[in-house]
Design a protein around this ligand. Structure first.
Ligand SMILES: [Zn+2]
Length: 237
């Protein structure tokens, strides 16, 4: 063994020449680990922490609800898409009012929902932006329009598929593909693929359409007639 090797620090920089750990290093490491490993909380601390979490969650929920209500008002006044759908619902004999939209917390996988007897649910904790909320309102208003103008049986996967296709296609859910217009020649295909994917995903949330291939088949069966039905729009907006 050469001199240079014995003088070089070993891997841990804490071993004595006999290979035993230096006691001061062990003490130092233990102190450090006691800082890094949190001690268990006392019952009192746990309760205090939970109360704080609940308070923070409540505050967040209130903030999200206020934002949702604010955006809702704004979009009802100024969004051409939302206003167009509201006007057409009224013309079709099913006027929709501001209080038919309910801002509420939901599972984060959803942005909204339409319940024929209830109205439209806006998932206040899911919106990434006002534009996202605008697309969601338009999407749900298309379901409301279908409910008003056709006899939709929402328990029937093919009926639901038709409305889901129209809602995804006409609402702006798939509009990002427009931005590809300059770079891609097959934009129509991108749009269709997006609509198909979203309609299938929406159907799969229903217990009755969850079985193997049921959602895919329903979308395929009604695709041609429902994709080209752009009412109340003249064409895909
Ligand atoms: Zn939908």
């Amino acid at each position: 063994m050469s001199t240079s090797e014995t003088s070089r620090p070993s891997a841990g920089a804490a071993n004595n020449d006999d290979g035993k750990e230096d006691p001061s290093f062990v003490r130092w490491r233990e102190t450090l680990s006691s800082f890094l490993t949190p001690r268990p909380l006392t019952a009192h601390e746990t309760a205090a922490k939970e109360a704080k979490n609940i308070e923070a969650a409540t505050q967040q929920e209130e903030r999200e609800n206020a934002r949702c209500e604010r955006w809702k008002k704004k979009l009802l006044q100024s969004s051409p898409m939302v206003k167009f759908m509201m006007d057409n619902l009224e013309k079709a004999g099913c006027p929709f009012r501001e209080d038919h939209f309910r801002c509420t917390p939901c599972e984060v996988t959803r942005a909204g929902g339409f319940a024929p007897d209830y109205g439209i649910i806006l998932c206040q904790n899911s919106f990434l932006s006002k534009k996202h909320m605008e697309d969601t309102m338009t999407h749900e208003l298309i379901h409301a329009y279908d409910q008003c103008t056709t006899k939709v049986d929402w328990n029937n996967c093919e009926h639901y598929a038709c409305s889901a296709i129209r809602a995804a296609s006409l609402s702006g859910d798939c509009k990002f593909t427009r931005e590809l217009r300059r770079g891609f020649f097959s934009v129509a295909k991108h749009h269709q693929a997006c609509v198909k994917r979203r309609a299938i995903a929406e159907l799969k949330q229903l217990p009755q359409c969850q079985e193997e291939r049921v959602a895919e088949d329903a979308v395929r069966v009604v695709w041609d007639s429902c994709f080209k039905d752009t009412a109340p729009f003249d064409e895909i907006p």
